[in-house]
Design a binder for this molecule. Structure first.
Ligand code: DGY
Length: 328
């Protein structure tokens, strides 16, 4: 029996491609081209499954063009690039990579928040530019992290892992807003207080955004929300571009409506709003929160395990829409 054909839509660890090749005819993309929707569609001709990342959009039109496609396996926990309703309607399995990246992403979110508060990037640029001529009492002073109020917007696995770092490691007071309140057993060890979004914005010294992106969370943080924050507060986003209105944030940073921001994700990335590139009080990183060697490998292995299970009749480890199983 011929092996099913699959597309690995982006470059990935060679060992992971080799693992897939033991089960499938693999078309890979070692040149790591970002396919246009038309190119992706052309590559999917005859494919039963697809290993994708957040850069590939799976929508109803693509699925309709490829009725033979049975599984789309995302190497990411966020899956706003996949129209899950469209997958459900066509019996296509979608999978993601939760859990394996929680601690690594929380490490990065906390590091980015600290770099933002303590002005690490801004002061490093100053030093590299040869502008450091003397010590000064007020040079790059900023807010403390320890003992401050940590506000978390989106208290899922990653939000809770950031809260643990803040509460247990840095003596921070934790408040959060989420679609639903956590169980008391989860709140208690962190001393975490569930508050309204408005209270979170008004009272947080350091706001960290870790909520999923959806149409409902588009521009959840815009000019009106930024206006509620303390002028001394920082904002860190390690969730998704589009949750924050980047133009409004750049204006708030320029006007010192808030003290500083740390951004790992952007609207329309890899493009970055030009105004963010010219304000000094923002730390910018290229969507690398999950980028430790072990975690990226864990994500790739999990996406591959999902694809292998989906197309060999086994139960995939982390399905998004298990209701479509067993696959046709
Ligand atoms: C994720 O897993 O969602 C990260 O943002 C990497 O894309």
């Amino acid at each position: 029996m011929p092996k099913p054909a699959v597309l690995v839509a982006r470059a990935v660890f060679p060992e992971v491609t080799a693992r897939l090749a033991a089960h499938f005819e693999v078309e890979s993309n070692s040149a790591d081209t970002i396919f246009t929707p038309a190119e992706l569609s052309a590559k999917l001709v005859g494919k039963a499954g697809c290993f994708i990342t957040g850069s590939e959009r799976i929508d109803a039109a693509l699925l309709d063009a490829h009725p033979q496609l049975r599984a789309v396996c995302n190497m990411a926990v966020g899956y706003n690039n996949i129209d899950v309703e469209a997958c459900n309607a066509r019996g296509v399995l979608a999978t993601n990579t939760p859990d394996v990246l929680t601690e690594t992403t929380a490490d990065f979110g906390f590091a980015l928040m600290m770099a933002t508060a303590r002005r690490i990037a801004e002061s490093e640029h100053f030093l590299r530019a040869g502008q450091w001529t003397k010590w000064a009492y007020d040079m790059f002073i900023g807010p403390d992290v320890h003992g401050a109020t940590l506000g978390i917007l989106g208290m899922g696995r990653i939000g809770q892992a950031i809260a643990r770092r803040g509460a247990l490691g840095f003596g921070m007071k934790v408040m959060y807003h989420n679609r639903s309140r956590l169980d008391a057993a989860l709140e208690a060890p962190l001393g975490a207080r569930y508050v309204s979004k408005e209270q979170l914005l008004r009272e947080a010294d350091h706001l960290v955004i870790v909520m999923p992106y959806s149409a409902a969370s588009h521009h959840a943080i815009g000019a009106a929300e930024l206006a509620l924050m303390k002028p001394s507060a920082t904002l860190t986003n390690v969730a998704r571009g589009g949750i924050v209105d980047d133009a409004a944030l750049a204006q708030a940073l320029r006007d010192r409506r808030i003290a500083a921001a740390g951004l790992d994700v952007f609207e329309g990335e890899p493009k970055v709003h030009p105004d963010l590139l010219t304000v000094p009080n923002v730390v910018l990183t290229p969507h690398i929160a999950s980028a430790s060697v072990a975690t990226r490998r864990g994500m790739a292995d999990l996406a591959a395990a999902n694809l292998i299970a989906a197309l060999t009749g086994a139960v995939p480890p982390t399905p998004i829409n298990p209701q479509v199983l067993p696959l046709k």
